[in-house]
Design a protein around this ligand. Sequence first.
Ligand SMILES: C[C@H](O)[C@H](O)[C@@H](O)C(=O)CO
Length: 489
Amino acid sequence: MKKVWAFDLGASNGRLMLTKFDGERLHLEEIHRFSNHPVFLTNHYYWDILRIFQEMKKGISKSLKMGHKDVESLAVDTWGVDFGLLSSSGELLGNPYSYRDNQTFQGMEGVLKKISKKDWFLRSGVEPSQINTICQLYAIKERQPDLLERAETLLMTPNLINYLFSGEKANEYTISTSTSMYNFGLKDWDKELLDMFDIPHKMMAPVVQPGTILGPTLASINKELSMDPVQVIAGAGHDTACALAALPIKQGEQAAFMSCGTWILLGVQVKEPVVTEDSLRWGFTNEGTMDGEYRLLKNSMGLWLIQQSKAIWEKEGSSISYQEEYELVRDTKPFQRFINPDTTDFLNPENMPKQIQQYCQDTGQTVPTTKGEFLRCILESLALKYRWVLERLEQLTGKSLEVIHMGGGGIQNEWLCQFTANATQRRVVAGPIEVSSIGNSIGQLIALGQIKDLAEAREIVERSFTTKVYEPENQPEWQTAYERFNELI
Ligand SMILES: C[C@H](O)[C@H](O)[C@@H](O)C(=O)CO
């Protein structure tokens, strides 16, 4: 029985899973879960990386206490685009910023003064957006040039954590492709682009392939946690790449994937990046897969809209449970109003429900007032947006996508799955939930020679976890709703 630790860090919580592989099936056990939100101070949003690391170590200690002493390796996957900077002595220079920090808006303006969106997209395959790493770097350079002058190494978030565990500095391929500084033609950092922005090449730690074994945990960590060394693996560092690896898509199946969390990423795996006028205009992105190909996808707003609304209701003293949320949606009249979930208005507003009301007012629609109305408006709008994305994915790839595989924590919202099936008129196969942790474990097991490749891994996932199928319903109503939605966006 092989055992690996998978750390999956999301933009609302992080967790440590112990994965056991018996040669036939994967068995997942949650060891530790902790909240993880950007922290607002001195007018900026930061990741509390010290607390995150502390929680990760706590997770290992818990696991060891539970008797898991023969674990072979660990790997880390996280959200995209964010990074940490190290000094020449290898110490962390400040807290990493969150991509939701407002500085990225100025960064984007600055970046676009030097490079057109088209050129930027042609080089990286990534949608030009203010959340891209380059915008953050630009903003930092403008506001506090001394920070970048002192920085000797830039490591993407999962790679920063790998470094804290192993002492090895390397950026992994899938997470590097999320930066928009990786040139897919050169298959390396885009040095010309870095020059345009005066970013020293040597700051960008080299890109390694998913599954690179970095080496054993540091002696200091082993001592602190009283453990035997385990191998630190740069598995697929980007959570979306992990999610795709673990969806039970069959070989030859005409399927789209959806990784559902704070963001929802809807896309298909392609051999080469799709870098066309249309993919640029529609805001698609091409990021790396665990097996060195590409995820042609759209980064769409996901459960963030609900999470942020619920946070405000909680502050106001009227929080709701998941069951209540389900019932409120069920009992609220459908198709009263829609929002375009992907406008930057919803990226990080102070008060999400107010922002939604503002949007409805500005677009001449009735304003939601009850929780049920907000929730329905969000969920229907998300599902309709996914139909918009799916139609364009079909045009870009020339494929008819018959089924959507949804995975991630978001699939616990049954309305999200059912509405997605209804809006797209496609069968939805939902599951597994812990798709990023499973993908993370698969990356390690492939690196350790226990699983041959992704095709075999997906068969193992199919045997190991249950899925739920949602058939499309109410075609005419959703069709009319889609026509109204299309006029709005
Ligand atoms: C910034 C987003 O987190 C990123 O683009 C997205 O791909 C992701 O990682 C969702 O977890």
